[in-house]
Design a protein around this ligand. Structure first.
Ligand code: AMP
Ligand code: ZN
Length: 469
């Protein structure tokens, strides 16, 4: 399996640090608003990377953070006259709903910056002790960029070029920097802002330190894959490398993966430019499976322009697959023979070629565009060879392959029974009764059924509470 590594700027053979295991960290959103479909691109892309790795037999430890302390969150909190945590909690919940609707699997861990402050203070202390950071008079702690020899290795920038553009790196209020290239690790509180105690001043962390700390805590000092949108390469990921490698004294991440932008009218979709659609907006017009299909119809490193025409094409593409699966199910219910004929066995082997084709595309730096073409070829093959005379086994084999490949893309192409919010409460009641009757097998079964749908149960003193994973 080859992956394009931003660090080396070439495709490299993927060799995990530990056999059979993949550790992956994906920078998540800042939660002050509903996510837009540009934010959804990395979520969908890297969820698909994860699913493909799992299909290959790896156990994937997938960590994705929520940045829940930030100027924009604080601004919104002040506008609404509430605590910053009210805003961030609200939008974390909303983001999880969107992820579920996009069939993005919950991460193994979704850490939040505000719950990891101790770890951040510890890493900043290490950086100061090792001479990589200093404390300014007002208590701000800066990373001394020039003290890290490899600075610029990810973004392929050199320090002198950065220095000539250094003025633009001077941010107002950060005038106590020794060098314009230095960046903030910890900053003093301002009136009306949340703050934490620290050895330097009451304040809050800079943005970059959280990912270095959470990645280390949940995945270890060295990880396989670090990922995010390409706007994060500089300065965010460059700074993460500087912090982590200076503090830990070893390589931070082996492979760096970055998705290109989702554009609209050939401009990056962003909250600040105001040219965005939220996932929620799109869900009013389309099934979100269509959005997922649209995102995967392009290679993740190619810019993708959002348009109604491409969404229509995505809808038609998805319909072709779901239509074929529906037809295979219809035929299977009415099939005459159960077992495959010899001719069918030969055809089933031929069909397996498309699975190989799919894998080849994904092995080539996760080329989902070609992988989806392989699914289409398989669909065409199924439409050509399946009919009223086919055996149930042959129809099932074709369907299973189509469903399996679609599932790697996170595309649901077979109608499933959905659990609705009302049913969740009903199932929880049934579980309580089963427990009362000491029917623990049934109680566990219900817990697992709910877990498979992303519902986590918590037994509290006030009774059972549930939330989306
Ligand atoms: P943010 O909330 O801006 O920190 O973004 C969260 C994630 O979404 C990051 O990985 C960004 O790189 C990514 N992202 C933001 N806008 C876009 C876009 N228009 N296209 C692709 N990725 C984006
Ligand atoms: Zn990050």
């Amino acid at each position: 399996m080859k992956i394009y590594n931003t660090l080396s700027r070439r495709k490299e053979e993927f060799v995990p640090l530990q056999d059979g295991q993949v550790s992956m960290y994906v920078c998540g959103p800042t939660v002050y608003n509903l996510i837009h479909i540009g934010n959804a691109r990395p979520m969908i892309v890297f969820d698909t990377v994860r699913r493909y790795m799992e299909h290959k037999g790896y156990t994937v430890n997938y960590v994705s953070n929520f940045t829940d302390v930030d100027d924009k969150i604080i601004k919104k909190a002040n506008e609404e006259g509430v605590d910053a945590s009210v805003i961030s909690e609200r939008y974390i919940e909303e983001c999880k709903k969107d992820m579920k609707a996009l069939n993005v699997k919950p991460a193994t861990v979704h850490p939040k910056a505000t719950e990891e402050i101790d770890g951040m203070i510890e890493m900043i202390r290490t950086l100061i002790d090792k001479g990589h950071a200093y404390v300014a008079e007002d208590g701000t702690v800066y990373f001394k960029t020039r003290s890290f020899r490899d600075y610029g290795k990810l973004s392929h920038k050199n320090l002198d070029d950065l220095r000539s553009g250094g003025r633009s790196l001077l941010v107002s209020g950060e005038d106590q920097k020794q060098d314009p290239l230095d960046f903030v690790l910890w900053k003093p509180k301002k009136e009306g802002e949340p703050y934490w105690e620290s050895p330097w001043c009451e304040g809050r962390p800079g943005w970059h330190i959280e990912c270095s700390v959470m990645s280390k805590k949940y995945l270890g000092e060295e990880i396989d894959i670090h990922a995010g949108g390409e706007d994060l390469i500089f300065p965010h990921h460059e700074n993460e490398i500087a912090q982590s490698e200076a503090a830990n004294g070893r390589e931070f991440a082996k492979y760096w993966m970055h998705n290109a932008f989702l554009n609209i009218d050939n401009r990056k979709m962003s909250k600040s430019a105001g040219n965005f659609f939220t996932v929620r907006d799109i869900s009013e017009k389309y099934d979100l499976q269509v959005l997922r299909f649209f995102m995967l119809s392009a290679h993740y490193r190619s810019p993708l322009n959002f348009s109604a025409e491409l969404m229509e094409a995505a809808r038609n593409g998805l319909d072709r697959i779901t239509g074929c699966v529906g037809n295979l199910n219809y035929l299977a219910e009415r099939a005459a023979a159960a077992e495959m004929s010899e001719e069918e066995q030969a055809l089933a082997q031929e069909a397996a070629r498309y699975v190989d084709k799919f894998d080849e595309a994904m092995d080539d730096d996760m080329n989902t565009a070609d992988a989806i073409s392989a699914i289409f070829e398989l669909v065409k093959f199924a439409n050509t060879h399946a009919d009223e005379n086919s055996s149930r086994a042959f129809l099932a084999a074709l369907k299973e392959e189509i469903v399996m490949l679609s599932d790697i893309c996170g595309l649901i192409v077979e109608k499933q029974e959905e659990i609705l919010d009302g049913q969740i409460e009903e199932l929880i009641r049934e579980r309580q009764e089963a427990r009362k009757a000491k029917n623990f097998a049934r109680a566990d079964e219900i817990r697992e059924l709910l877990a498979s749908q992303g519902v986590v149960l918590e037994d509290t003193r006030e009774g059972v509470k549930w939330k989306w994973a």
